[in-house]
Design a protein around this ligand. Structure first.
Ligand code: ADP
Ligand code: MG
Length: 697
């Protein structure tokens, strides 16, 4: 068998390949351009394009594409072949520097939230040289940012890169204060654990709801779900194993460091975690991972469901966004150090995150808000919709000692003083890790657990990076002017803990009592997407993003439009699918079953025996009542959908979807599920939950 190291990254135009194939001065100039985050000069681009093309063709590529991430959260590509006619019916393979650095896809069909007037249909894409080009299915993919000609970001990569720059700049200011002169850039590192479901293709194809919406709109509870906890970390079934193996291989070829694959809590649910990397690479890689999961599943006659809540009653899927900050010299700034000075620096960065999460808890919640994730957050399986931070008992005690000047320590307790005392090392694998916390400090990184499984991780990382940059800037402003640095630092840390400790919660996030406690503390609790997104344009949020140049006001307005609109569209598609299923399959099926029962009732009565056919009689009565009710309810839903189209204001429409349409859909679902429970198996038009969840043998 081929060893992994021989093909890892074989489809990537990475540093090793560039070093081999580019003239040395070109290679060096490119490195310089990347480091300084400058635009690539066309002369340089021509040389790189030539080398890239040769490498791509040698590796079987015939096409190239600018690979980008429009605001829909998925990736987009427009393939062009390398061929160029030279007369006589012949072609040569060409790829120029201009084509490498800039593309002009027709942007008119991507959502732009009004940013790109229709007369300006073309946007342009520009190579993000910090992310390597790669070959996917015979196409050279060039990771790019996507903008309108007016310069507005039409994608998720552009604001993400801007947020990383903001973070780097402010973190550097703070590091200089601690005497770190050798650091040139600071980067956020991200490892995104990805949850997903695998089901058999044959059951998927029989469910219109899964096909059109990615989730089941109906389904009575099966006799067995996840109660026994026998799936979590259980033995991986051979078919799933074969899928995971092929997935790992394909990801490795793309230089994606897939590291762990295991079963999750729900039947049919699994997880993949890569080794963490720089924030924008991790984002690109997560998009590719999702794409490959779906494609490879198909090859195994499986379907990969990335929806946040494909099934009611069993766990949904999320994406744990592990986040830390590291210097280009390889130091993780969220790692408690060995010396008092390193500890002081660690505490300051820790405080920056605490302050950032408290001040922009609403933005964090907004960044993960979607129609799909609304089914998950707060459902006693995923973190609640309330943002809070878990730091663990030990760190909590240290912060408390600092804030209140109370003694801390083992046998010999003493007063803590910044710059003098060393924080004890936390055990790397502390077992009482709080799984219910949305934002948990896990030894040397924060794990944000609210992101949904289908969403891009760009949005939450844009918020974390920018909010932490803002906190660091405030700290740097104060400390740069301090007369006595250590004294000022001590005061600053104390004040930060005291002001922002309300966001720290080490208890059980699923507990009802926490909701009340959080309300007392004044924390936000935005249960749904419209509730959350309504706050995107709050003054403080606009100020944050514009101050650091992450989003302009126009871009934020567009974000708002797109998010609300997307929510309304998803709900409408779900409601239409539900109506289709009720009208065409469920009503006729139950009606047919009633006919069958009626026939059976008459036949049995006709036997002349005295015993009344109780089953048929009572079933006919109760099912008829339900069928009539269903008919009435679905007509009411239809009326709501007609009304839905009359709303001109997107916010009003989103609230209408949430308050009326979703509520009606839930009512209909409950009714249909109760009918499924008593209808003869062969008559029911769809595979049951049991058949779907346990479809992969
Ligand atoms: P878990 O117990 O949650 O699986 P792991 O330690 O295995 O925790 O890490 C989960 C994810 O966090 C992986 O993707 C891993 O690469 C990533 N990770 C580990 N350390 C860091 C770090 N310093 N910064 C960002 N991500 C990290
Ligand atoms: Mg985790």
């Amino acid at each position: 068998m081929e060893s992994v190291s021989s093909y890892f990254g074989s489809m990537v135009f990475n540093d090793t390949v560039m070093r081999q194939r580019l003239p040395q001065d070109t290679y060096e100039q490119l490195q310089h351009t990347i480091k300084e985050k400058r635009h690539l000069d066309i002369g340089l681009a021509n040389i790189i394009a030539q080398a890239m093309k040769e490498w791509a063709i040698e590796n079987g590529a015939t096409h190239f594409t600018h690979w980008f991430q429009p605001m829909t959260g998925i990736t987009a590509e427009k393939h062009e072949s390398f061929i160029s006619p030279i007369g006589g019916g012949k072609v040569i393979m060409e790829f120029s520097g201009k084509e490498l650095i800039r593309g002009e896809p027709d942007a008119s069909s991507f959502p732009s939230g009004g940013l790109r007037a229709t007369f300006e249909a073309r946007g342009y894409t520009a190579w993000d040289a910090t992310s390597y080009a790669f070959i996917k299915e015979g196409t050279l993919c060039i990771p790019t940012a996507f903008c309108s000609f007016g310069g507005h970001a039409l994608d998720k990569k552009t604001p993400l890169l801007r947020s990383m720059q903001a973070l780097s700049k402010q973190a550097l200011r703070v590091l200089r204060l601690f005497g770190n002169e050798d650091v040139h850039t600071v980067d956020s590192s991200v490892g995104a654990e990805q949850e997903y479901f695998l089901i058999d293709k044959s059951v998927f194809e029989k469910r219109k709801d899964l096909i059109y919406t990615g989730r089941t709109l109906f389904g009575a509870k099966p006799p067995k779900g996840q109660e026994l906890g026998d799936h979590y970390f259980g033995t991986i079934k051979p078919r799933v194993f074969a899928f995971m193996k092929e997935l790992d291989t394909e990801l490795w070829k793309l230089g994606i460091t897939a590291k762990t694959e295991h079963n999750e809590v729900a039947p049919g649910q699994h997880e993949l975690a890569p080794i963490y990397s720089s924030c924008n690479i991790a984002t690109d890689h997560n998009q590719l991972t999702m794409e490959l999961m779906q494609k490879i599943a198909k090859k195994h006659d499986l379907v990969c469901l990335l929806h946040e809540k494909p099934f009611a009653g069993v766990n949904g899927s999320g994406k744990h966004n592990n986040w830390s900050i590291a210097t280009d010299t390889g130091v993780n700034l969220l790692n408690p150090g060995e010396t008092p000075a390193e500890n002081a620096q660690f505490l300051l960065f820790l405080c920056a995150v605490i302050k950032a999460v408290d001040e922009y808890q609403d933005l964090l919640r907004i960044s993960v808000a979607s129609a799909g994730n609304d089914h998950r957050l707060g459902a006693s399986e995923a973190p609640p919709a309330i943002v809070s931070i878990f730091i663990g008992a030990e760190l909590a005690e240290i912060l408390n000692a600092l804030e209140n000047d109370v003694p801390y320590g083992g046998k010999e307790k003493e007063l803590m003083k910044i710059g003098v005392h060393t924080i004890p090392r936390f055990p790397r694998d502390n077992t009482d890790r709080n799984r219910t916390s949305p934002f948990a400090f896990t030894a040397n990184k924060f794990e944000f657990r609210m992101p949904g499984s289908s969403a891009s991780i760009a949005d939450p990382n844009i918020v974390i990076n920018t909010a932490v940059a803002s906190a660091l800037r405030e700290f740097a402003d104060i400390l740069e002017n301090a007369e006595d640095f250590e004294d000022e630092l001590h005061k600053l840390i104390r004040a930060t803990i005291s002001t922002h400790k309300r966001i720290i919660f080490n208890g059980n996030g699923y507990d009802e009592a926490w909701t009340r406690e959080a309300e007392r503390r004044g924390l936000c609790n935005y249960r749904t997407t419209p509730d959350a997104v309504s706050h995107l344009l709050d003054e403080k949020n606009v100020r944050l993003f514009t101050e650091y140049g992450v989003y302009s006001v126009e871009e934020l307005n567009a974000q708002f439009e797109i998010r609300m609109e997307n929510y309304c569209k998803v709900i409408r598609i779900e409601a239409l699918t539900l109506l289709n299923m009720v009208n065409k399959d469920i009503l006729p099926a139950v009606s047919a079953f009633l006919g069958e029962l009626g026939g059976s009732y008459l036949a049995r009565r006709g036997t002349g025996l005295n015993a009344e056919p109780v089953y048929e009689k009572e079933m006919i009565e109760s099912l008829t009542a339900k069928l009539n009710d269903l008919y009435a309810q679905k007509n009411e839903l239809q009326a709501l959908l007609d009304k839905d189209l009359e709303y001109a204001d997107v916010t009003k429409r989103a609230f209408f979807c949430k308050d009326e349409i979703i509520v009606k859909m839930a009512k209909i679902r409950a009714l249909v599920d109760s009918m499924e429970e008593v209808t003869r198996s062969e008559v029911w038009p769809y595979p049951t939950y049991g058949a779907i969840l346990f479809s992969v043998k």
